[in-house]
Design a protein around this ligand. Structure first.
Ligand code: ZN
Ligand code: ZN
Length: 487
């Protein structure tokens, strides 16, 4: 890494390290080298909530507080940092994706931590991926880029495989901590009554942890009580009045919430469709419902529910996390917010309640996201500082699914290669490019008719845009630098 910095020219390195391998320490070494050269360094992080823990660590390492850039800082602090970056008075900036656009005087290094994280993509206003723009900016500035991840995006993986990016692998955990043992619980062979989600095998594993005074994490990536509310009289599911999504019951708030557009309304007594009262039923599990089951099944266990909608500030969430770290909790129930970077030394069991969730979907990244998320969650067990090795158990109806198999076997590279191959075959990114056209009109039938007509006459568009599925010679330096572009 230091050698790459010493070249003082553009280059990108994928720093791939399993959870707990000490990636951060490795890229901070690159930051140190950059600062020694007198150039500026930028570290991008996906989660604002994590940055204070990170800032303290950086301050302890370098003896000075880095510049901070995220939505939580004031206007005047922003102005000050903007000017300092331009005058070269701040050497190290830690920030969210827009920190990339500060007017650095002499940028030598950009680190994109958790480069696969979807929060690097801005999808309102100006669309961009901060990861790809980092590579572009570095190519203009003659800077080095470090993309750090335990589970890189397919785009980055393909670029590293083709030699466009360099690659450094950290294959083992720091300090001899062991990776968790992974196992599947085949739900087809478990005796699980309807309305229950914790299988007998998983419950037994939790019991064993309770006996030893260790922690268990039950992971379910669904906020709220139940994802679907259905009327048992007419079969109608309660939908959002504002969009076409289904409303999710949030029992703690006693409301129905649309996770797509944010619309909320009180839980009705009568079915909005047939007006029959008392027939509305919750279908499927959310973390709140899982909490109910845990309280019933493990009445003496201390339990914490971590879900973004249950905390109204980053501080409240941080306090809850600190309590868990201090061992004041026996069973943690969490959505994907538990997947990110927290260190729970007493945690030795991770149970994934529904590993099949997210395997299917129209999104071409569904399998990739599911893989990244489950890998990260499983990595929470038995981390550095913990005494015992961890175990991760995945409850699934399809243990033979390629994603589940890849997670269990630890053959990450096979999974990425297979995903990359299927993208190549379909001409999908990074082998091809997609463009979206958004049409809007106050009158729905008019815009639908227009959209259909547009699709019918799309031939000239197809003719104008040559398919990128075959890699071509590089056209320009900037073009070659953008990882999503293969043309
Ligand atoms: Zn009804
Ligand atoms: Zn909605």
């Amino acid at each position: 890494m230091r050698e790459a910095l010493a070249r003082r020219s553009y280059g990108t390195t994928l720093l791939r390290g399993v959870t707990g391998s000490g990636k951060t320490e490795v890229y901070l070494e690159a930051v140190a080298e950059c600062l020694r050269q007198g150039r500026q360094a930028l570290v991008l992080l996906p989660e604002i909530a994590l940055s204070s823990e990170f800032l303290n660590r950086v301050e302890a390492r370098f003896g000075a507080r880095p510049g901070e850039w995220h939505s939580g800082i004031t206007r005047s602090e922003r102005r000050r940092l903007w000017q300092m970056a331009g005058r070269g008075e701040v050497q190290l900036v830690v920030g969210a994706r827009s920190a990339l656009f500060l007017p650095y005087r002499d940028l030598g290094l950009i680190v994109v931590d958790e480069e696969h994280d979807s929060s690097y993509k801005q999808d309102d206003g100006v669309f961009y991926s901060a990861r790809d723009m980092s590579v572009l900016r570095a190519s203009i500035a003659g800077a080095h880029v470090v993309l750090a991840s335990a589970t890189p995006s397919i785009e980055t993986w393909v670029n590293a495989q083709s030699g466009k990016y360099e690659r450094i692998d950290l294959r083992s955990r720091y300090g001899g901590a062991e990776l968790p043992d992974m196992g599947a619980i085949d739900l087809r062979a478990q005796d699980l009554p309807s309305g229950r989600w914790i299988s007998p095998s998983l419950a037994k594993a939790v019991d064993a942890r309770l006996e030893k005074g260790e922690q268990s994490l039950l992971f379910l990536n669904r906020r709220g009580y139940a994802p679907v509310t259905v009327c048992r009289a007419c079969g109608q599911q309660i939908g959002c009045d504002n969009c076409d999504a289904r409303m999710v019951e949030h029992r703690f708030q006693n409301r129905l919430v649309c996770h797509q557009c944010g619309e909320t309304k009180p839980i009705p007594q009568a079915c909005p469709s047939c007006q029959v009262e008392g027939k509305l039923a919750a279908v499927g599990p959310g973390v709140e419902r899982l909490a109910e089951e845990v309280a019933e099944r493990f009445p003496n266990a201390r339990m914490a529910v971590l879900s973004s909608d249950l905390f109204n500030s980053a501080r409240a969430l941080k306090e809850a996390i600190a309590e868990i770290s201090n061992g004041q909790t026996d069973i943690i129930i969490g959505t994907q917010i538990v997947a990110k970077g927290h260190n729970f030394p007493r945690l030795t069991l991770v149970g994934v309640i529904d590993a099949d969730l997210g395997l299917q979907g129209a999104d071409m990244r569904a399998a990739e996201r599911s893989f990244q998320l489950m890998r990260q969650v499983a990595g929470r067990a038995g981390r550095e500082g913990g005494s015992a090795a961890g175990v991760a158990l995945l409850q699934t109806h399809q243990p033979e699914h390629p994603v589940i198999r890849a997670i269990l076997s630890g053959e990450d590279e096979d999974f990425w290669d297979a995903e990359a191959e299927s993208r190549r075959g379909a001409g999908m990114p990074p082998f091809g490019r997609l463009a979206g056209i958004i049409l809007s009109h106050p009158d729905q039938p008019v815009v639908e008719a227009f959209a259909r007509e547009l699709a019918r006459r799309a031939e000239p568009l197809r003719a104008a845009g040559p398919s990128c599925s075959v890699p071509r010679p590089r056209r320009s330096r900037a073009c070659a630098a953008v990882s999503a572009c293969a043309c």
